[in-house]
Write a protein that binds this ligand. Structure first.
Ligand SMILES: [Zn+2]
Length: 72
């Protein structure tokens, strides 16, 4: 049995994921919040937005100097 058949049989992890009604962060996979990727996977929009905000925050953050004023 190939992995593809496994998924179609509903025993693979992909099939298990598809049955989930919430993302791993608890956001509902409803029509509003769900986005389908080119790979046929679902993506949580709320998580995507959060990741996007995190990414932007990190990008704009001032890099911390390593070491520096340590006396001596
Ligand atoms: Zn989510």
């Amino acid at each position: 049995v190939t992995w593809r058949e496994n998924i179609l049989r509903g025993e693979g992890q992909g099939a298990r994921n598809a049955r989930k009604t919430h993302c791993k962060h608890g956001h509902p996979f409803d029509q509003e919040n769900t986005e389908w990727t080119l790979l046929g996977r679902r993506r949580c929009r709320a998580c995507k937005r959060q990741a996007d905000e995190r990414y932007r925050a990190r990008k704009s953050a001032v890099p911390q100097p390593t070491g520096g004023t340590n006396g001596t």
